[in-house]
Design a binder for this molecule. Structure first.
Ligand code: COA
Length: 163
């Protein structure tokens, strides 16, 4: 596959939202319950800092995945810790896109002077946990029944990589 990873632009946001909103509606991999509107996605994009980029994976001229670094917590002493998100379009899994997005994101995190990256994942999603373990994250926490979606309680596993 001819895959390019690059910083996202505003023109990519409809594709980013379509990839994400599929999981909002169908999956516990995100704890969001209602889809993001185009306006909400634009506000999210416009509010980012240099240390918190959004990237997209492009193949055949289409955006087929995206990744982002976000502030992990708001207090200033957490400034060099970030949370990683990676979403690959549901029909393009297991082709190396998620790994390419996450490795690129970690390079950007190092370049931005971040010290550690955290990944949170619902415990019932082995793909997310396995992807993070594959690039060096370790399990550091397991929170029980902290989310509720589709009528059931959900556990969250936190993964961490010290850069
Ligand atoms: C998690 C996700 C990003 C993985 O993306 P992907 O492009 O399918 O993953 P890759 O093909 O790059 O896989 C890289 C490695 O991750 C692991 N992995 C990925 N999917 C897996 C699965 N379904 N089961 C077990 N391991 C898996 C494997 O170690 C894999 O390496 P391998 O193919 O050499 O065995 C994708 O499944 C996804 O978008 N899921 C929904 C959103 C989500 O859960 N995001 C994470 C929360 S932020």
């Amino acid at each position: 596959m001819d895959l390019t990873i690059r910083p996202a632009t505003a023109d990519d946001l409809d594709a980013v939202n379509a990839i994400y909103n599929h999981y909002v509606a169908t999956s516990t991999c995100t704890f969001q319950l209602d889809p993001d509107t185009a306006e909400e996605r634009r506000a999210w994009f416009d509010g980012r800092s240099a240390a918190h980029p959004v990237t997209v994976a492009v193949a055949g001229g289409e955006v087929i995945g995206w990744a982002a670094l976000s502030a992990w917590k708001a207090r200033c002493a957490y400034a060099r810790s970030a949370e990683a998100s990676v979403y690959v379009r549901h029909d393009r899994h297991r082709r190396g896109v998620g790994r390419a997005l996450l490795l690129d994101l970690l390079d950007r995190a190092r370049a931005a002077g971040l010290h550690t990256v955290i990944g949170g994942a619902c415990s019932e999603h082995p793909a997310s946990l396995a992807l993070q373990e594959a690039v060096g994250f370790e399990r550091v926490a397991h929170f029980r029944e902290v989310g509720h979606k589709f009528g059931r309680w959900l556990d969250v596993v936190y993964m961490q990589l010290v850069l």
